[in-house]
Design a protein around this ligand. Sequence first.
Ligand code: ADP
Ligand code: MG
Length: 659
Amino acid sequence: MLRFSLRTKLILSFSLVIVIGVFLSVIIGISLIGNTIIRQAQDKVRLDLNSAREVYQKESESIKCLIRLTARRFFIKDAILKNDTEKIREELQRIRKSESLDILTLTDEKGYVKVRARNPAVRGDRLNDGIINLVLLNKQPGVSTRIFPQEELEKEGTDLAEQARIKLVPTPKAKPREGKVEVSGMMIISAAPVIGYDENLIGVLYGGKLLNRNYEMVDKVKDIVYRGEQYKGRDIGTATIFQGDLRISTNVRNADGTRAIGTRVSEEVFDQVIGKGIPWIGRAFVVNAWYRTAYEPIRDIEGKIIGMLYVGMLEAPYVDLRNRVVFIFLGIALFGVILLSIIAYYTTNSITRPIKELVFATSKVTDGDLSSRVKINSHDEIGELADSFNKMTTSLSKYEKELKGWAETLEIKVKERTEELESTQKQLIQSEKLASLGKMAAGVAHEINNPLTAVLTFSKLLLDDLDKDDPQQEDLQTIVDETLRCRDIVRSLLDFSRETKSKKISENINNIIENTLFLIEHQATFHDIKIDKKLSSGLPRIPLDASQIKQVFMNMFLNAAEAMSGRGTLTITSSYDDNKFLVINIKDTGCGIPEKDINKLFDPFFTTKKVGKGTGLGLAVTYGIIKSHQGLIEVKSTIGEGTEFIIKFPVKPLKFEER
Ligand SMILES: Nc1ncnc2c1ncn2[C@@H]1O[C@H](COP(=O)(O)OP(=O)(O)O)[C@@H](O)[C@H]1O
Ligand SMILES: [Mg+2]
């Protein structure tokens, strides 16, 4: 598939229009010239043939007239009657010369030659000519054209035979013919009766002109009809008399400028005019060029075709005219195509340059450069296109910016939500875990509680019954103590699983904190620990089981003291959160809790302390108590720096002043 640029396409299509237009003009022009000018020329030639015929007939008529008038003259009658041949000969010879006749002959009343003016030596022969026989028969003068064979010409003199003798010249397109020389001649011949005083026929006067090499008539036609007009040194108009197909009198010229005597007519004209007797009107090749021609037959007295009369006009001027018109049209077309190409080059430039710019800008946009703009100031469709392209890229880059912004905030939001979800999930898992642990613990505690009560009751009874000095008393006391410890554990488990009933009354949390601190402050463990209280005043009262909450704080403070190994700062803060929570922060400067332990912190029996030192139930119980108060407990810890427990209790506005 051929690919053309926009410019080439425009130029090609414009040129096509011009070329088609010119092609049509050339065709129309040629046919116009052909139809009008050349046809007019042809019509003129047809008329010219009439003129030529007129000239030929006039010549015949004048010969006839001359013969008729001469035959009537008295000197002839007198001389015949007196048999004065010498006188006749002198007179006829004088007339022949003055009238430029080629032959002039007097015969007797039977047609035998009496006086042959041109060649008096030959006489007495019978003239066997149709025209003489006609005169002998009806005593009327006549004229016609006739072929004279060589011997008849020679009777008139060898010079006449020589004038008639024509060498055949090889002619292209002519019909092949035998022989190389034409020795007979063609003459216009006339005869008139010589009438005696008693109205008897006493002789026949007979005379004529040889047409061979006699250019009088053809040049007359040329002068009358064509006024000797020339084209490129050539006569435009030509006339010819043919003897058969042979040019015997013509002004058609050979290439060397001599008259084309001896050349012959083309075969097709020969066949039509001589063969069929039909005049030829049309184009014909004459000697060496094309002519617009007209031919018609010349007949003898018996109507036999013996030659042709021709007129023709050189075709070259018309052909050249036509060619000139074609060249002018082609020149106009070429000029038009060139001019159009130049104009199209510049106009298409003004079209394609902004398009190229647009294409370039578009490819930049495709590569992601949304800042690309086009500067086109043309106030047309392309200008509009450029405008909307610029608008498009502007809004594209605006949307891109917005999109980027959205993507960023989305990322942040997703991160936040993911973190929230993760912590919620952790809490959920934690509380789920603790809930199931609680159920199990409760089950175990209930099952153990009754047998334990029995063991305790009976071992106590046994101990009461035993003597003070009984060696078994110590063992029994151990049983009672350990059983009591078991009962404490069971109780703790029940606290953790929130099975123990709490008695909630409206309390001030700060009071509970103070009371707990009062209990432990004087213990040896807290001697070297600085206790920092930041208790907010005016906190709302909330429903609490004071002894349980006291237990919670006790656990917290003890754990902190242990984590700080008896040295450090314990900060206790109470505050009121806007989200309707009472918040208590218990912060120590202890060892901190490793990340892996955070999740297990509230599990029952999780401890990092030595066997016998810790039970791992402290935080579990704490958790259970806070849950049963619809509260929350959270841990934040950093290894080596310390731990902070945050406890939140919901403040229910309805129960705000409840007691
Ligand atoms: N304030 C704290 N600082 C460091 N670790 C603590 C703190 N409180 C609790 N712990 C850790 O939590 C574990 C569980 O505590 P707890 O339930 O009270 O059981 P116990 O005190 O009997 O070990 C402790 O063994 C300790 O490792
Ligand atoms: Mg503890």
